[in-house]
Design a protein around this ligand. Structure first.
Ligand SMILES: *Cc1c(COP(=O)(O)O)cnc(C)c1O
Length: 391
C-alpha cells in the first residue's frame, strides 16, 4: 500500500492489510471480547506491529499523556444491526469515518490523508464487528454499539498538539436506549450553561464538549427532567436536546406541516441520523406519491433548517400548532420529546406539553422516520445503499 501512497516518508500508514488478530484465549460470558487498537508514532507512523484486534484490556499510557492533560479525545458512535439473514450491517459508516477525521483534525491529532485512510479504518472496524457478531441480539432495535476513539498520547505536559495518538474501537451490545414507560423524554431548557457557541467546537464530536454538560444534566435530573435542552443567546435559540439533534413539527396556517431543525452553523453536531431524516423527508416532500414515508398524504411536509427559539416554540405550543418534538441520534434513533420546562421560571412553567400518540410517544412524522430508519438499519429495506454489510 505504501508504494501507491506517496509522502509517507517511510512511515507506515494506517493499513487494513497489516491488521493482525490476536485470538483471545477464553471468550467471555458477558460483554464483548475484542477491541481494535492502533498507535501512531510521528517517526514510524501507524506501527505495523500495533494494528491489532486483540482481547479487551487496559491501555497503559504515560501519565503526562496529552489526552489526560488537555483532553485531546475525539470519538464516534455507530451501531451494527443484524439483517434478516443474521448478518451484521452498519448504517452509513463512511459518514462516521469522515466525521472522525474532521474531529481529529480539529483537535490537531495526526490524521493527514496519506497516513490516515478512513476506508482502511472502516475495513478494520468491519472485521471487529464480524468477530463480535455473536453479541448482537436479533430482537428489534438491538445492536452492537461501536465506539471508535482517538486520543492524543504525546508523553509530555507541554501545552501543544499531540503528535502521538492511539486509536481504539470498543463495542458493546445495546437494546433500546430510553426505557421510560411513555417512551418519550422531558427536557429542561435554559439555565446559565451553554453547550456550544459561534466559533466554538459544538460541531465536532470531541470528548471535552460533553463533560461540561454533566453538571447541567444533574440539575435537569434534580428537577425531574431527563435531559437538557441546550439554548444559545438572548433569543434562546434551541441548539440540541442532550446529545441529540432537535426537531419540531409545526402546523402551517396555509395547510401542511413545517419540520423545523436548527441549521448546521457550527454550534450543532452534524448528526448522521439528522441528515438521514432530512434526506428522507426531502425525498418524500419532492414526491409524496412515492409513499417513501408512510405519512398520510393529506398534509404536505415542508423542511426548514433554520433558527428556532424557545419563544417561538412556546407560542406554537400555546396555540396548539406544535404537533411534535423529537430528538435524533444513533443511540436513540428517534425519541419523542413530550415535555419542556424552563429553568428561568421559578415555577418551572412548562413551555410545551406536547400531545403524543401511542407507542413510543412519537407523532406521525417521528414515528414514520423511526420505522423507515430502523427498517433500513436492520436491512429489511434498502435506501440509497445506506445499510452496509460487514464482511
Ligand atoms: C453524536 C451526537 C448527535 C447525533 O449524531 P448521530 O450521527 O445522529 O448519532 C447529536 N448531537 C450531539 C451533541 C452528538 O454528540
Amino acid at each position: 500500500m505504501s508504494s501507491t501512497v506517496p509522502k509517507t516518508n517511510g512511515k507506515v500508514p494506517l493499513d487494513a492489510s497489516l491488521l493482525t488478530i490476536e485470538v483471545a484465549g477464553t471468550l467471555k460470558p458477558i460483554k464483548t471480547d475484542y477491541m481494535l487498537v492502533m498507535t501512531f508514532d510521528p517517526l514510524t507512523g501507524w506501527s505495523a506491529r500495533n494494528q491489532t484486534l486483540c482481547a479487551v484490556s487496559a491501555l497503559a499510557l504515560d501519565p503526562a499523556s496529552n489526552c489526560f492533560q488537555y483532553c485531546t479525545n475525539v470519538f464516534e458512535g455507530m451501531k451494527a444491526f443484524l439483517d434478516p439473514d443474521g448478518k451484521p450491517r452498519m448504517f452509513r459508516p463512511e459518514q462516521n469515518m469522515a466525521r472522525l477525521v474532521t474531529s481529529a483534525a480539529r483537535m490537531a491529532l495526526p490524521c493527514v490523508p496519506a497516513m490516515f485512510d478512513p476506508d482502511a479504518l472502516l475495513v478494520c472496524i468491519n472485521k471487529l464487528v464480524s468477530l463480535e457478531a455473536r453479541w448482537i441480539s436479533a430482537l428489534p432495535d438491538h445492536a452492537l454499539y461501536i465506539r471508535p476513539t482517538m486520543i492524543g498520547t504525546k508523553p509530555s505536559i507541554k501545552v501543544g498538539a499531540s503528535d502521538h495518538a492511539t486509536l481504539y474501537v470498543i463495542v458493546t451490545p445495546v437494546g433500546p436506549y430510553f426505557q421510560s414507560s411513555s417512551g418519550g423524554v422531558s427536557l429542561l431548557a435554559g439555565g446559565e450553561h451553554v453547550r456550544s457557541w459561534p466559533g466554538g467546537t459544538g460541531g465536532f464530536k470531541l470528548g471535552p464538549n460533553y463533560s461540561p454538560g454533566f453538571v447541567p444534566q444533574r440539575i435537569a435530573s434534580d428537577f425531574g427532567y431527563d435531559q437538557v435542552l441546550w439554548l444559545l443567546g438572548e433569543e434562546k435559540q434551541i441548539t440540541e436536546a442532550g446529545a441529540m439533534n432537535f426537531f419540531a413539527v409545526i402546523e402551517r396556517e396555509e395547510g401542511g406541516v413545517n419540520v423545523v431543525t436548527p441549521p448546521l452553523d457550527g454550534t450543532i453536531l452534524p448528526g448522521i441520523t439528522r441528515d438521514s431524516a432530512l434526506v428522507l423527508l426531502r425525498a418524500h416532500a419532492a414526491d409524496p406519491a412515492k409513499q417513501l414515508l408512510a405519512l398520510s398524504g393529506s398534509k404536505p411536509v415542508y423542511i426548514e433548517e433554520r433558527v428556532l427559539t424557545v419563544p417561538e416554540l412556546a407560542a406554537a405550543a400555546a396555540s396548539g400548532t406544535l404537533l411534535e418534538c423529537f430528538g435524533t441520534g444513533t443511540a436513540v434513533l428517534v425519541v419523542a420529546i413530550e415535555r419542556i420546562g424552563d429553568v428561568a421560571d421559578p415555577a418551572l412553567k412548562t413551555i410545551a406539553d406536547i400531545g403524543t400518540s401511542a407507542g413510543r410517544g412519537l407523532g406521525p412524522v417521528g414515528q414514520t422516520l423511526w420505522d423507515k430508519l430502523l427498517a433500513v438499519k436492520e436491512g429489511r429495506e434498502d435506501f440509497h445503499g445506506w445499510s452496509v454489510l460487514c464482511e
